[in-house]
Design a protein around this ligand. Sequence first.
Ligand SMILES: Nc1ncnc2c1ncn2[C@@H]1O[C@H](COP(=O)(O)OP(=O)(O)OP(=O)(O)O)[C@@H](O)[C@H]1O
Length: 281
Amino acid sequence: MTGAPVHKRQGGDVTIAVHLKGVSVAYALAGGGKYEAVQPVDLSVRDGEFVALLGPTGCGKSTLLNIAAGLMPPSSGTCEIFGERLSGLCGKAGYLFQQDALMPWKTAEDNVAIGLEVGGVRRAEALERARAMLAEVGLAAFGERYPHQLSGGQKKRVALAQVLVREPKILLMDEPFGPLDAQTRLIMSELLLDLWQQDRKAVMFVTHDLDEAIALSDRVVVMSAGPSSRFIGEFAVDLPRPRDIAEVRSEPAFHRLHSEIWSCLRDEVRKTYGLTNKGAA
Ligand SMILES: Nc1ncnc2c1ncn2[C@@H]1O[C@H](COP(=O)(O)OP(=O)(O)OP(=O)(O)O)[C@@H](O)[C@H]1O
């Protein structure tokens, strides 16, 4: 049996939860030919670490997340989950997309319970755990509502409960709060950090929002514009935890990091919008 890789570090050993090793992705195009989305990259996410993957639109963030989820194989390289080579869906990961995957014909508690039931948990126990999880995300009184009777933020809470109730060891999040308004995004980010703080899982969090990346994560990995994206910067976020998402943005260390990361990202964003050689401000 292969154990999860343990790396010796000053201050203690660390376990690697997700390890992309020399992963590249080339998509086959309908008319023949290929689109090289991501050139070989290496990324390891430690157990309990919150890593944000940041980059301009179309650079390949979701592609790498999909590989870690086992939704697609890499064109080259491998993905290891706790030291085991991934083939097929990653059972240890919970995946939260921008669009939630709630079933409109099921109540909030049934939407949460169903993931447990298909995993073999008896209905009574699944419902009990679903209700407890809904309470954790602040929806104790909303379990019997259907998705169309919930606000966007409430639906997102149900989707989060749906993922967390299965107690994944890894969270893969693809711009999960993207469609929400600014205030609700802030509240959801706070909720996510509160829950994560209680039981730190490895997180890969895809975003193109620099503020969000810094406020949430331990490390920000920056990708270049596509095609053939690569990693062009890696920044440790040394802001203390627990963090107040709203307050942390006014700290000098936040501003310093923001300007360092933005100077790494700026040209890539401009390239994406074809502005680099046009003298755009
Ligand atoms: N099935 C596919 N076939 C061909 N090209 C694809 C396919 N899926 C994605 N791509 C291309 O691969 C590149 C990376 O896509 P991906 O969705 O990973 O980017 P992203 O960084 O997540 O973008 P965004 O921030 O806009 O969500 C894009 O140029 C996209 O057009």
